[in-house]
Design a protein around this ligand. Structure first.
Ligand code: GLN
Length: 447
């Protein structure tokens, strides 16, 4: 993995930090010994992993790809990463991302954009673009990403890898630097469904340190790796195939449905309501939570502090003006606005009601179907530099992923074809809450 990083990193730029070779080899040696002694038995023992740079790693720089955390070295490790370490994982580095996970292209990183390993003129997607590019470029064997509105599934689709966003509450958020706390989940990015299931099994746990953690007893996700979909019901939301969806993506995704039908699944189209309301509701809620979560970066406790200032207020102002990038500032302002008195009812409260109604739409669908099938993104990876000056267009690209976060559901994205430009196309399978096994089983059968 270190050799691959040395060979490819100049072109791909998937990492913010690569772990020191000496430390990596020392850890690998220790793990090797414990494998030989039979202490470590997990399949992940000794396998190099890359971690998205919004998860705290004790003693290793954790920047969220922001200037404001350019010097932040955490004193503790995120629970999900700790779970991996217990399984014997070897951390090889921290991956690039959109600043504070806000974006869909990994171009808002303060440390420069990551390139898509399939074609370096294209973006890898985002915000977990570094994690997905690192796996696609084989700079590591798997990675962890985080998904607030599609940040695991969309870049997985753009990079031709597989990623899972679990049911909200399945993986501890302790040590994940918060963006939209009610939406954020950590999940695996890997080469195939089998790896993803094993990784998800390792990182999931009940954690008292995360008040939204759920004590689940059904975390044996690898038991769902069964090549059988006979009689399983698939619902295809008609609204996901309207205007805005690239023709080649549409064809590949519908072909995937055919493949599953031939394997014995029952496929049916249906009307999923409120699809058009998901983006406005998501951006109101995510920005509101972000404006509150990012209030802690003020130059006092940790991170960047402006060089010259007069008094405390001026220090806050200059630190935050200099430390945050344009997209983060836009969202803090939008979030503060929708939470302010006079606007709270009109925007924030209304968005919360919309969120509840979207969940009800999914409840209705899952009364009939085991899995909902659709695209992961409306297109394949866009060209670098083509998204940044039109944030609205970028936000609209989240149409198929964000309602899954609003409803707390699990979703998987896996490759289902290649377009004429030679870029991968992603298929998304969505399950009801706690039904990761159904989407894993179906993805495994399709693969
Ligand atoms: N693209 C979405 C956003 O910018 C989703 C990001 C994410 O899931 N972290 O908010």
């Amino acid at each position: 993995a270190l050799d691959a990083i040395r060979a490819k990193e100049d072109k791909v730029h998937a990492f913010v930090t690569v772990a020191e070779e000496e430390a990596v080899l020392k850890r690998a040696g220790e793990v090797q010994k414990q494998i030989e002694q039979g202490i470590l038995t997990n399949v992940l023992a000794g396998v190099p992993v890359a971690i998205k740079d919004n998860m705290c790693t004790k003693g290793m720089l954790t920047t969220c790809s922001s200037k404001i955390l350019e010097n932040f070295i955490p004193t503790y490790t995120a629970e999900a990463v700790l779970n991996l370490e217990k399984a014997g994982a070897v951390i090889i580095g921290k991956t690039n991302m959109d600043e504070f996970a806000m974006g869909s292209t990994t171009e808002t990183s303060y440390y420069g954009a990551t390139k898509n390993p399939w074609n370096e003129n294209h973006v890898p997607g985002g915000s977990s673009g570094g994690s997905c590019a690192a796996v696609a470029a084989e700079e590591c064997f798997y990675a962890l990403g985080s998904d607030t509105g599609g940040s695991i599934r969309q870049p997985s689709s753009f990079c031709g890898v597989t990623g899972i966003k679990p049911t909200y509450g399945t993986v501890s958020r302790y040590g994940l630097i918060a963006y939209g706390s009610s939406l954020d989940q950590i999940g695996p990015v890997a080469k195939d469904v089998t790896d993803c299931a094993a990784i998800l099994e390792a990182i999931s746990s009940y954690d008292k340190k995360d008040s939204t953690s759920i004590n689940r007893k059904d975390l044996d996700f690898t038991s769902a790796l069964v090549d059988d979909v006979k009689g399983m019901k698939i619902g295809i939301p008609k609204d996901y195939f309207k205007e805005g969806l690239d023709e080649e993506v549409k064809e590949a995704v519908l072909h995937a449905a055919k493949v599953l039908e031939e394997k014995g699944a029952i496929v049916e189209e249906f009307d999923l309501g409120l699809v058009d309301y998901a983006i406005p509701a998501y951006y109101v809620i995510a920005c509101a939570e972000a404006s509150s979560n990012l209030a802690r970066f003020d130059g006092v406790k940790y991170g960047y502090r402006t060089a010259d200032y007069e008094g405390l207020h001026n220090m806050y102002k200059k630190t935050r003006s200099e430390g945050f990038g344009a997209e983060v500032k836009r969202r803090i302002m939008l979030g503060s606005f929708v939470l302010s008195s006079g606007y709270y009812d009109a925007y924030y409260l209304k968005a919360l009601r919309t969120k509840a109604m979207i969940k009800q739409e999914f409840d209705k669908a899952f009364a009939k179907y085991d899995v909902i099938l659709g695209p992961a993104a409306p297109s394949t990876a866009p060209l670098l530099g083509s998204s940044l000056d039109d944030p609205m267009k970028m936000y609209l690209g989240d149409i198929y992923t964000i309602s899954v976060n609003l409803a707390g559901l699990p979703g998987i994205s896996l490759p289902c074809g290649i377009d004429k430009k030679g870029l991968p196309i992603g298929l998304q399978l969505i399950g009801d809450c706690f039904n990761e096994k159904k989407i894993i089983q179906m993805a495994y059968a399709f693969e």
